[in-house]
Write a protein of this length. Sequence first.
Length: 255
Amino acid sequence: MVILKTDREIDEMRAAGRVVARALAAVREAADVGVSPLDLDRVAREVLREAGATSPFLGYRPRFAPVPFPAALCLSVNDAIVHGIPGEAPLRDGDLVSADFGALLGGWAGDAAVSFTVGRARPADLRLIETSEAALAAGIAAAVPGNRIGDIAHAIGTTCRAAGYGVPDGFGGHGIGRAMHEDPGVPNEGPLGRGTKLRPGMVLAIEPMVIAGGTDDYTCDGDGWTLRTVDGSRAAHSEHTVAITADGPRILTAL
């Protein structure tokens, strides 16, 4: 069931979104060669603490997961696509990092992701990140009343495919509100004019994921969480929480 939010509730969700934005900015600033993903998880948790917010990721256990997620930050490096568990191995020069983070504040959730490189960036990685960001922008532009979920999916998928990249099969965005995951699902590829009609008051987490090697396939690590490209190529992930309004899409997780 799609749960519509009032203008006041969307304003309250914006407060949670600001916490997410601040945390991701802090993580990106702290990320460097020699810094561990666990260090970055601590940085993100400190932002939550200062804001009086909590993590929807920490302890989250959907049906597919063998164990609850053990961190507040998903940190996926190089060939990891999403859901990477922060570990102690330090980041290396040229690593591509995707950071996904959520916050709960005042009973509302925010969720966003950003990809970046540490040290000397590979041109191919920068192009991959730029494409994930362009796909996110295209999806957001399609998030207007009267359009359908398929229009968002088509905008994202077309952007990714035009660049020659793969789109992980079966993964995409979702509705968001009191819970981190609500209806409807938001695929990263699909036909125009299909799916749930967009109405003011809907709030969506739109999150393109792209695979450099062009394949759509992935494997899951033994931790039951980390999704990884089958060919070892790198991946990037971008995400914002976006409200559908009569005046157009409103990004709730922007700084």
